[in-house]
Write a protein that binds this ligand. Sequence first.
Ligand SMILES: NC(=O)c1ccc[n+]([C@@H]2O[C@H](COP(=O)([O-])OP(=O)(O)OC[C@H]3O[C@@H](n4cnc5c(N)ncnc54)[C@H](OP(=O)(O)O)[C@@H]3O)[C@@H](O)[C@H]2O)c1
Length: 226
Amino acid sequence: MKIGIIGSGNMGRSLGILWAEQGHEVFFGSRTTKKGKEVAEIAGQTTQGGSNDEAAAFGDVLLYTVRGVHPAEVFSSTSVIDNKILIDCNNQEISENFDYPAITQSLAEKLAAEVPNAKVVKAFNTMAQELFELAPIPLKNYNVSVFVAGDDESAKQTVIQLVQEIGFQAINCGELRHARLIESAGDLIRLLMIQQQMGSYATISVRSLPPAETQRLGGRQASNLK
Ligand SMILES: NC(=O)c1ccc[n+]([C@@H]2O[C@H](COP(=O)([O-])OP(=O)(O)OC[C@H]3O[C@@H](n4cnc5c(N)ncnc54)[C@H](OP(=O)(O)O)[C@@H]3O)[C@@H](O)[C@H]2O)c1
C-alpha cells in the first residue's frame, strides 16, 4: 500500500515506521520539506519525505495527525485528498482537570464534514505512543484493541488490515458517528495514564467471553425500567 503521513510528529513517525517495516511504501509529510526528509532518514528503509502536499498526493491511505487543523490550511488544495482513505487518530486537547465537554460531534466527523470527498476512518486514538514501541512483537501477545469506525466499509477494512499487521486487534465499531464514543474512550485512557498514575502502558482491550455453563444468578430477566 502507498501511505502518506500528514504531520510527522509522534504518531506519524511511529505508525509510518511500523507500516514501512511491513513492506508498505511510506511518505512522511510535514509543514517543511526539510523535516519530512529528516523523519524519512530516521525511518530508513525505502521511505520518502517532503511536504504534506506531496505526502497526500503519494498515498492511497493517509494518516491525519494534525488535530483540529482544517485540511484547507494543511494542503494547497483539499482536492489532493479526494477519494483517499483518511485515518483520523486525533483526541481532543486534554482539558484542565479532565473536565471535558460532552462530545456531540467527534473530531473524525468534523474532519469528514470538512473534506466530504475523503473516506475518513477513526483509529489509533486509545493508546499512547509508548505502546507502538512494542509493536508488532511483543505487542501481539497482549491483544490490544484499536477501535475502528467509518462509513465506507471498504476503507474501514483497509484500515483494519493496517491495524492488524502491526500487532493490534482491530475492533470494528461501525459507522463514523461512533467515533464520539471512541474519542471518549481516548479521554478515559488518558485520565488513567496521567491522573491516576497507571503509567504510559495503560490501554483498553475488549474481550469476548463464552457464556457461563449455568445461570445460578437467575440469568438476565426482562427489565421494567423506563
Ligand atoms: N502521542 C500519543 O501518544 C497519541 C496517542 C493517541 C492519539 N494521539 C493523538 O494524535 C494526534 C497527534 O499527536 P502527536 O503526539 O503525534 O502530536 P505531535 O507529536 O505534536 O505531532 C503532530 C504534528 O502535527 C503537525 N502540526 C502541528 N500543528 C500544525 C499546523 N498548524 N498545521 C499543520 N501541521 C501541524 C506537526 O507536524 P510537522 O512538524 O511535521 O509539520 C506535528 O509534528 C493528536 O490529536 C493526539 O491527541 C496521540
